[in-house]
Design a protein. Sequence first.
Length: 199
Amino acid sequence: MTRVTKWALAAAVLGVALIVALLPRGGDAPAAKPSGDLAPARAAAALQPCPAPGPAQPVKQLEGVTADCLGDGVRVDVGKALAGAPVLVNVWASWCEPCRTELPVLQEYARQPGAARVLGVQVQSPAKDGLDLLAKLGVHLPSVFDGDGSNGPVRTALKVPSALPASYLVTAGGAVRFIANPRSFVNTDQVRAAVEGAR
């Protein structure tokens, strides 16, 4: 057998071995559980349901923008869900220290009579981290997950600055107003004043 023939035979054997290794296997092995199962974290967080689309015209700046409801994973049309009534939209991330102070304040504000609806938007952090944080803080505000990258669709549509948190008031008429003062809330009086000032 020549040296060329030996090399050809060795290459053929390796090729067959590779094909066999790549063939699907039968058997009764259980299917792997998806690594992204958020059900336990969602149950622990017990978030309020995300707002459903209403009959009003969608908020123009958010028209066609969708995100996953953090509480149950259902897809939310954000422009339609925020239409028709004032909504305070708060953009936060699980790694953001001022967000950890602000989220409980927003929870307390949302419970007050006459408060605007509040919707959280988690950005730039994994959904599980956000759910774990909300559970730890005892914050149950409805929230959407805008992805863990830097260019989620909600963040892009709102032109969110790099420094978090960031809050916006969506008016009943569909205008979107960035709340610049204060940039983060430490008490409910500040939230109420900012909402009233942005209406």
